[in-house]
Design a protein around this ligand. Structure first.
Ligand code: PEP
Ligand code: MG
Length: 730
């Protein structure tokens, strides 16, 4: 009680209020006046209001602040004579809540008639956040057991949808990535000692961040440079330190001061219109949590003794390195409250085969650490504490998937030879070292597309020549006798480097990206070609250039390669045993000049993701357009057919490496068009192979001949019918 009394006094004096009162929720849906400065002390523990009754009850019911110029004129105002509150007019009350459940209300009042400013309201909300810790810890106030059980800890099954980021089904127990450090002491007993702790904590945190920054040598899993730079910027921000010191001087412990300044800054940043600033919220939270851990000497989630074998990580957001920090063998899936489908962490999750759901807004409020969770990365469904029938449903689904996987695995080492003897080469798309074991696991014929920019995107600094060539050597080693095709840097657009070079554009997909960027700043491409030549010395090297729109661009890129080869010879170094240089077909303009292009290339690879977006003028990243244009439309199929015919005529080898090739029906259509090499996500190889092995290409070609001239939006139904009649698993 004496601590609470001290608290209301502190709050009243810092906020220059005549009254400060704290009401706590009790059993029976009542709020009890627990402490006050300014009201009659006799009312303490006597005045009780039902939820929904009076101003305080209204705040608790709506879980929203009330800011009133003249409280007694409010229709919900209820006069309680024992409190002696008649002289007070202005009233500001905010809920003390946790996990969406109201635990109490804190109120400040003044004699004069005046609405409180938004800043004062925010400050009181911050105080309420701190009071949450006090109330929920149960150390100062003993909450009624059933209030804690039924109101604070969510216990019922809960379902929420999110955006599917990475496919797959996962069962496991929730681990909160940013589990808030519980603050057990809010009020400083010795201000100087707290100031000392704060300064030691800041010091240790700054040192840790400096060490992180200098340790990141551009290695594959290094933390993003911008994140680290922002950490460093915040960490060294004297304004931040000063605000925390002030909070300590106002009577808070170091931890409480960190939390107060964090939520205060958060509230301000959330109102920012600038999305860049809003995105930095995560950095800010991360930094405050780091500082908090230094203060309380807390351990990382991985070191917690109860870290489960089947963790479902729940985070507001994650960087790729943060995900890789976990022992991924003990992680089954990931839920993000924020995030975007093309974030780097998503690429990493897919490579690791971890289902991931993003944009599960505020799901944290409904989850306890250790809860059972089922996530369906295909549908984007999340079940927390699922009921038995839901578990059963997903267990059946999982068992079916396992069975199917086993069936596919049984065919892993067989080639994809069709019923009429055509050998279809099925290679895989990759981009990270974690992808490489898939080569053997799915029985890929090679790597048809290695997206080299991913290494650059998840590195803290530009990978040096040595790091690049070492990386490419590892890729070639993993491929062994199987061909591997490196796609040179496809940066720009949404593939922003953490260390600059690219800048924001209005229309990034059609901006200064890929080969355009590479040719406008050739040193980076030269550097990469140098690393590739070095890594492939004495071996076969296949490389291709992305997003080429004119033959001349290809020639320019090719001449850079030639000069790098000459350079190597000049300094007495060897060359790859054989080099094949290809061009990606992703921009329709190049298709209209394909006859001029073909004599200069060793192979052509259709990047159907980009080709399709430019063909239909439909942003590939916009989910609202997903159903507008179909890959299996007569127009796109005819367009692809013309590419196949030109390549056949000139005997240039052709492949396709977009995501579409990973769907058996689309892959079937591609084979029907004449494609014999396709590169697809590794997880899809088994299913496509099974389809190909049962396919009769001659029959399909005959069937498809009648489809190109149709006026329909799509010939998907017709192709499906063919597949069904032939018993093809699509
Ligand atoms: C494509 O555009 O189809 C492609 C393979 O390249 P990316 O998806 O990396 O742009
Ligand atoms: Mg592309």
């Amino acid at each position: 009680q004496s601590r609470l009394d001290k608290l209301v006094n502190t709050i009243a004096s810092t906020m220059e209020a005549d009254v400060c009162s704290i009401y706590i929720r009790r059993a029976g849906n009542e709020l009890e006046l627990y402490a006050t400065k300014g009201l009659d002390l006799k009312a303490v523990h006597k005045t009780r209001l039902k939820i929904g009754v009076g101003l305080v009850g209204e705040i608790a019911e709506l879980a929203k602040p009330l800011n009133l110029r003249d409280a007694p004129t409010h229709p919900k105002f209820v006069y309680r004579p024992e409190t002696g509150e008649d002289p007070f007019h202005s009233f500001l009350g905010v809920p003390i809540h946790r996990g969406g459940h109201v635990l109490g209300v804190v109120v400040v009042q003044k004699r004069e008639e005046r609405e409180y400013s938004i800043e004062v309201q925010e400050a009181l909300e911050t105080i309420a956040t701190l009071l949450t810790e006090v109330v929920a810890s149960g150390q100062v106030i003993h909450l009624d057991e059933h209030v804690i059980e039924t109101e604070v800890r969510p216990t019922r099954p809960y379902k929420q949808g999110g955006v599917p980021f990475a496919d797959g089904l996962a069962f496991g127990h929730v681990v909160l990535h940013d589990a808030p450090v519980a603050i057990t002491k809010v009020v400083a007993e010795d201000v100087d000692a707290e100031l000392g702790r704060l300064s030691t904590g800041i010091d240790a945190m700054q040192k840790q961040i400096d060490a992180l920054l200098s340790a990141s040598d551009g290695s594959l899993v290094g933390e993003s440079y911008d994140v680290l730079e922002t950490y460093r910027m915040f960490a060294r921000d004297s304004g931040w330190a000063r605000r925390m010191e002030e909070a300590v001087q106002n009577g808070l412990t170091a931890e409480a001061a960190v939390r107060q300044v964090q939520s205060d800054t958060r509230a301000r940043m959330m109102r920012q219109k600038d999305s860049f600033l809003r995105d930095r919220l995560h950095d800010l939270d991360d930094l405050a949590n780091r500082l908090m851990r230094h203060l309380v000497g807390d351990v990382s989630p991985m070191d917690r003794p109860d870290f489960p074998e089947d963790a479902i990580i729940l985070a507001r957001n994650l960087g790729p390195a943060e995900l890789l920090d976990y022992d991924t063998k003990r992680v089954r899936g990931v839920i993000l409250e924020e995030g975007a489908a093309n974030n780097h962490v998503v690429i990493v999750a897919r490579a690791l085969g971890l289902p991931m759901i993003g944009q599960a807004t505020e799901i944290r409020d409904h989850v306890n650490e250790g809860d059972l969770a089922v996530i369906d990365g295909h549908q984007g469904d999340i079940h927390i504490r699922p009921a038995a029938d839901v578990v059963e449903f997903y267990e059946d689904k999982l068992a079916m998937q396992k069975k199917r996987k086993a069936e596919l695995e049984a065919h892993r080492d067989e080639p994809a030879i069709t019923q009429d003897g055509h050998h279809i080469k099925l290679s895989m798309n990759a981009g990270l070292l974690v992808d490489l074991p898939n080569l053997d696991e799915v029985g890929a014929d090679g790597i048809g597309l290695f997206r080299t920019e991913l290494q650059f995107m998840i590195s803290a600094t530009m990978p040096r020549l040595k790091a690049q060539s070492h990386f490419y050597t590892q890729v070639l080693d993993a491929a062994g006798d199987r061909p591997g095709t490196f796609r040179t840097l496809d940066l720009g657009g949404d593939k922003i480097l953490p260390y600059g070079l690219t800048r924001r554009e209005d229309n990034p997909a059609m901006g200064l990206r890929a080969i355009r960027l590479a040719l406008s700043r050739p040193s980076m491409l030269r550097y990469q070609l140098r690393a590739l030549l070095k890594a492939a010395e004495g071996r076969n090297l296949n490389l291709m250039f992305p997003m080429v729109s004119e033959v001349d661009e290809f020639m320019e890129a090719r001449s850079l390669l030639d000069s790098e080869m000459e350079r190597r010879l000049k300094i007495g170094k060897g060359l790859p045993y054989k080099i094949r240089v290809g061009c990606m077909l992703e921009v329709p303009s190049l298709v209209w000049n394909i006859r001029t292009l073909l004599p200069h290339v060793d192979f052509v690879s259709v990047g159907s993701n980009d080709l399709m977006q430019f063909f239909f003028a439909a942003d590939r990243g916009n989910p609202d357009l997903n159903n507008y244009y179909d890959f299996l439309s007569p127009s796109l199929l005819s367009f692809l057919k013309s590419i196949v015919m030109e390549c056949h005529k000139r005997n240039v080898s052709l492949s396709l490496c977009g995501e579409a090739a990973g769907r058996p029906l689309e892959a079937m259509a591609l084979i029907g068009l004449g494609f014999r090499n396709i590169s697809l996500p590794p997880a899809s190889i088994g299913a496509v192979k099974l389809m190909a092995q049962r396919l009769h290409v001659g029959e399909l070609e005959k069937y498809m001949a009648g489809l190109f001239e149709r006026s329909d939006h799509s010939v998907r139904m017709e192709l499906k019918m063919f597949a069904e009649n032939q018993g093809l698993p699509v």
